[in-house]
Design a protein. Structure first.
Length: 118
């Protein structure tokens, strides 16, 4: 079992930055793929970024590539999402998720809200 708790959301002006954190409980954190997803009002939840292991190639949605960076600290059981050059269209509830390799994302946090004002 993995429990995930996100933090770091808030209100920021367009062009600004935020760093989201996701603290995971349980053992074997380093073996999990960790992802960030978001859901904007009235829209489906969408993939943002994924970290498979430290030093591995991260994956990003095209909409955030070059602006967002996912990273993880296995010693702290924490995954981060550094968000730079934020745009109003980045406004959403951001969710952290975890999965074992080869499976679907089955562990989810409660979400943290990000609002980007123009």
């Amino acid at each position: 079992q993995v429990q995930l708790v996100e933090s770091g959301g808030g209100l920021v002006q367009a062009g600004g930055s935020l760093r989201l954190s996701c603290a995971a409980s349980g053992r074997l954190f380093s073996s999990y793929y960790m992802g960030w997803f978001r859901q904007a009002p009235g829209k489906e939840r969408e993939f943002v970024a994924e970290s498979r292991w430290i030093g591995g190639t991260p994956y990003y949605a095209n909409s955030v590539k070059g602006r967002f960076t996912i990273s993880r600290d296995n010693a702290k059981n924490t995954v981060y999402l550094q968000m730079n050059s934020l745009k109003p269209e980045d406004t959403a509830v951001y969710y952290c998720a975890a999965k074992s390799p080869g499976s679907s994302y089955g562990y989810w946090g409660q979400g943290t809200r990000v609002t980007v004002s123009s």
